[in-house]
Design a protein. Structure first.
Length: 314
């Protein structure tokens, strides 16, 4: 194994391996369900989350006191997918929420539920494939999740009626997912998209992490991991790129990002925003790290949602 791959293997906790084995270990750590650990992702975000725990716990406890139920669908490739559904006041506004890498719907939207449920929204909190209670072996970073998202939209229309007005909200991997969904032919019930700290593609974010956190070049690890993913999962790490997909977007999009994000750098938001073909607006939150924007400046975040939703929903 080369000196670079030896260094990468050591940093990732692998003492010795053949070159392909070291890359395979990196691949398993990032792309496969059983090695994707929430604790590691939280640490890599660089955010001191403990200071927000009191608010998070209070909001999450309130959310779980609201009437809710588990719902299930089957994906186009036969996976059983899970979500948690909050009917709210049963009105004609609904938000479908997509979480971040290694998380699940109930974890990422405990605080924002306070906003959405109190504003009369139904909420559907998705467990993306290979996360939470949803089936799946490979983490697709939005590539397959965007197709699953279309099935969840159809579920919501059937549940809430043809006159439902739907908002898609995603953070981090979920933000990339909803941006990738913007390039699909969305039903007319989808009125807008909120993308919080989205990355352009899995390839870009892995390359950034290798450079910034491990001080290693991406070559050849990314290229080999890409081949492994194509062989095992059927698609590459740049198969679907959020910055490319938004060139086909038709619905309005609100982009949110923290300017101190070290995990998914703010330039990725700027790149996606620049390429977006639909009506767009942007909130860059000062001094906010990865997925921290809502907590760093709640007033600005909710104000941006108020303005955005007020312009797309009746």
């Amino acid at each position: 194994m080369s000196r670079i791959l030896k260094g990468a293997a050591a940093l990732l906790g692998l003492a010795a391996a053949a070159e392909a084995g070291g890359t395979a270990y990196f691949y398993r750590r990032t792309m496969m369900r059983y090695n994707a650990k929430t604790e590691r992702t939280i640490k890599m975000s660089g955010v001191d989350w403990e200071k927000y725990f009191p608010l998070m716990h209070e909001r999450s406890a309130w959310m779980m006191e609201q009437p809710h139920e588990d719902v299930w669908i089957t994906s186009h490739d036969g996976l059983k997918l899970h979500a948690t559904y909050f009917k709210g006041d049963g009105g004609n506004k609904a938000v479908i929420c997509f979480h971040g890498y290694t998380s699940k719907g109930l974890n990422d939207y405990g605080s924002l539920s306070w906003y959405y449920l109190k504003h009369g929204f139904r909420m559907l909190l998705i467990d993306e494939r290979a996360h939470g209670e949803s089936e799946g072996t490979y983490i697709g970073f939005g590539t397959m999740d965007r197709l699953d998202g279309m099935e969840w939209i159809r579920w919501m229309i059937q549940e809430a009626g043809e006159d439902v007005q739907i908002l898609l909200h995603g953070n981090s991997m979920g933000g990339a997912t909803v941006c990738m969904m913007s390039g699909l032919k969305l039903p007319e019930q989808v009125k807008g998209i909120v993308s919080d700290c989205a990355f352009t593609s899995a390839k870009d974010v892995f390359t950034h992490v290798l450079h910034s956190m491990y001080h290693l070049p991406a070559f050849p690890m990314i290229q080999i991991a890409d081949k492994l993913n194509r062989r095992n999962a059927g698609y590459g790490l740049d198969e679907c790129n959020a910055a490319r997909e938004v060139r086909k977007a038709k619905v309005p999009i609100l982009f949110i990002h923290g300017d101190k994000d070290i995990f998914v750098p703010c330039w990725m938001c700027e790149e996606i925003y620049k390429n977006c073909a639909s009506p767009k607006t942007k909130l860059i939150v000062k001094d906010a790290g990865h997925a921290e924007s809502y907590y760093k400046d709640t007033e600005a975040y909710e104000g941006a949602l108020d303005t955005f939703i007020g312009g797309i929903m009746k």
